[in-house]
Design a protein around this ligand. Structure first.
Ligand SMILES: [Zn+2]
Ligand SMILES: [Zn+2]
Length: 240
């Protein structure tokens, strides 16, 4: 029997975001879905960098051991590789705002242990003029969907970017920390709201974590309690 959904599907077919094959649901086709390298356990209990071998349940990777961070815990859904780069770039650079919900669902599923402990969601901000140029803040759109699905407060302008910075991509970790230092501030109108709360910072991807760590630093300076990070992709390093 033909139902309303199948009529809509015939009139308005859906296509895989990556390869344009026809699909039943918004998102990726089965073969593209298999191209994603999801990050599984065992992984570092702080930054979720996967270990290449079995290890105790509560281990820290070489980058996290014996170091102090403002970011208490980070989860990333997938490894940053050629495929995840392709779908993130499609979303970011081709005005593919319809992909926001797809990424949000992936984040909610991967970040559940963090979302369960989260009071407020924020994003790593982009500079105001960059947003005007692009027309939208792509991470904010994803965070709004995460907030709707998880029923957590989203402060769209919780953190503000107050200075232009060079792209982090050509810098090493130390240079990244220097480049990003003192370029964010907690929005004055939200300072009271943030005090004593657990905050989840959402971004598309994480490399060294310098940008997210700087956001975490200013949030803790404003009295936030725990800071979590949640990203779609992570550049995985060889650990231990
Ligand atoms: Zn496909
Ligand atoms: Zn780690």
């Amino acid at each position: 029997m033909i139902n309303l959904k199948s009529i809509v599907d015939i009139i308005n077919p859906k296509y895989c975001y990556s390869c344009s094959n026809e699909v039943q649901e918004d998102g990726l086709c089965n073969s593209c879905w298999k191209e994603i390298t999801f990050i599984h356990n065992p992984s570092c209990i702080r930054c979720s960098n996967p270990f290449p071998h079995e290890i105790s349940e509560f281990a820290l990777c070489a980058s996290c051991i014996n170091k102090e961070f403002n970011l208490d815990k980070i989860k990333s859904a997938m490894k940053y590789d050629s495929f995840s780069k392709k779908i993130i770039m499609l979303y970011k650079n081709h005005n593919a705002t319809y992909m926001a919900k797809f990424f949000a669902k992936i984040l909610v599923s991967c970040g559940k242990p963090l979302l369960d402990r989260t009071d407020i969601i924020v994003t790593v901000p982009i500079h105001f003029w960059k947003m005007v140029w692009r027309g939208y803040n792509q991470t904010s759109l994803i965070a709004k969907h995460v907030s709707d699905i998880s029923n957590k407060t989203f402060l769209k302008t919780g953190i503000l970017k107050t200075k232009f910075t060079q792209s982090q991509s050509n810098y090493n970790q130390l240079q990244r920390q220097k480049n990003i230092k003192d370029t964010f501030e907690v929005n004055g109108i939200h300072k009271q709201e943030i005090k004593g709360k657990n905050i989840l910072i959402i971004d598309d991807m994480i490399t060294t974590g310098a940008t997210m760590e700087e956001c975490a630093r200013i949030l803790k300076l404003s009295g936030a309690k725990k800071i979590f990070g949640l990203t779609i992709a992570k550049s995985v390093h060889k650990s231990m």
